[in-house]
Design a protein around this ligand. Structure first.
Ligand code: UDP
Length: 414
């Protein structure tokens, strides 16, 4: 990370207008109780992906709060990361074939890292499966070892899960992102929801001119109501279902649909999905299919802010960060009642849930024809995200997690 990038990171003080002074004070009070503790985070990459994105904010925040916090990554070669990629897919339930030698190589690289890494810290906070076997070092370093699981391991390939679990259960605690992502373990388990950063390029306030510039760049009519879904082109995000719902709405009123997203390099099906979507979209000039390159944060921000209704018609969903982002921007959301969306969209309170194409079309039409109601839902959605899914709440949860490792017995004996 160069100096400029470090300087560009917002300080906690900058969140005060959003979360208020008392929430910031609370963070300081909690952090003071940990000021004699050193924290070491370990994951497998400094850049790319949600885990690195969160750590890039968390580590400076914890240091700013007076807790000496470091971040290291394990080193591995292509072979190691091919194996961990397969682990990742298998933990998500994908069928993968493994040879014994792959498990052995995984352990060998973890061992090599444990010998070569500079370990110092009281709380060793290990993220995801790649460095999980570093726990073998627990008798030599650290007071508390925590394993943070950022992925959904609820329906894993049993062979890989049993292998990982043997190491996980040697930790003091495991932390999951949602109740339905977890597996029962013999150790303490914590729940820490994901979050978005309201000051990141994807979520910060941007000017009307910047929004219009993005709309113009993609040739979108500024006067026609916009229905938007931002998602990777994946069957599970059901872009075809969104088009069908849109066609129903458009019979009743003029409107346009934007389907924006990238194709994932690790998903061979995504090109096929995009092709099908384009074929349908070609027949209708009111459908805009935008293939976004990675790092299109400002564009996504602008499209979400320009939208009249944001849709997330997923068939299956993880947490659904696109929903969090849209709610934060005060948008009325129509989303399927699946996965983490249920934690975010409370039907007819913070948005509308749907269970079918017809249901989605009905909800979209209701919102487009009732601007006051849409506004009210959007305001509620914004408040819900502010209360539950901002990075400052994530930070507070981490502080409480760390404290709970030390204050547990005292509380029992009090
Ligand atoms: N996103 C992106 N580019 C795209 C599509 C999505 O940057 O082409 C972002 C989106 O704004 C959100 C995240 O990627 O922050 C997707 O997270 P989500 O939980 O909605 O779905 P996932 O893709 O992880 O299944």
């Amino acid at each position: 990370m160069n100096k400029e990038q470090q300087l560009a990171k917002p300080k906690l003080k900058e969140y005060e207008p959003i979360i208020g002074r008392s929430a910031l004070e609370e963070l300081k009070i909690l952090a003071d109780k940990l000021s004699n503790k050193k924290i070491l985070n370990i994951n497998s990459t400094y850049i790319g992906g949600g885990v690195a994105e969160i750590l890039a904010r968390m580590v400076p925040f914890l240091n700013e709060l007076g807790i000496e916090t470091k971040w290291s990554v394990i080193k591995g070669d292509n072979e190691f990361f091919n194996i961990t990629k397969k682990f990742h897919n298998a933990l998500h339930g994908k069928k993968e074939e493994f040879k014994d030698i792959e498990f052995e190589y995984f352990l060998e690289i973890n061992k090599k890292n444990s010998e070569e890494m500079d370990f110092s810290g009281d709380i060793i906070f290990i993220h995801d499966p790649q460095p999980v076997a570093l726990i073998k070092k627990r008798n030599e370093v650290g007071e508390k070892w925590l394993w943070r699981c950022h992925i959904d391991v609820s329906m894993p390939d049993e062979k890989v899960w049993n292998f990982i679990k043997e190491y996980v259960e040697k930790y003091d605690a495991a932390v999951f992102s949602a109740p339905n992502f977890a597996k029962m373990l013999q150790i303490r388990m914590f729940l820490v929801y994901p979050s978005i950063d309201p000051l990141s390029n994807k979520n910060k306030e941007i000017s009307k001119e910047s929004i219009n510039a993005v709309l113009d760049k993609y040739g979108i009519d500024r006067k026609k109501p916009i229905i938007l879904q931002v998602s990777r082109f994946d069957y599970l995000k059901d872009p075809i279902g969104v088009i069908k719902a849109f066609e129903m709405v458009r019979k009743a009123m003029p409107c346009q649909l934007i389907l924006a997203g990238g194709t994932a390099t690790d998903d061979p099906e995504s090109d096929k999905v995009l092709e099908e979507v384009r074929e349908l979209a070609d027949k209708n000039p009111d459908i805009h299919v935008l293939l976004l390159p990675p790092d299109s944060d400002i564009e996504i921000n602008a499209l979400q802010r320009a939208a009249d209704v944001v849709v997330q018609k997923s068939i299956k969903e993880g947490f659904g960060l696109t929903v969090t982002e849209a709610l934060w921007k005060g948008k009325p959301v129509v989303a399927s009642a699946v996965g983490g969306i249920l934690l975010q969209v409370k039907h007819k309170i913070t948005g509308m849930l749907c269970h079918s194409i017809e249901g989605a079309a009905y909800a979209i039409r209701t919102l487009l024809t009732n601007p006051e109601y849409s506004k009210w839902l959007g305001q509620n959605g914004h408040a819900h995200v502010k209360e539950n899914f901002l990075i400052t709440r994530h930070l507070k949860d981490y502080l409480l997690l760390f404290l709970s490792q030390y204050y547990r017995d005292e509380l029992i004996y009090l």
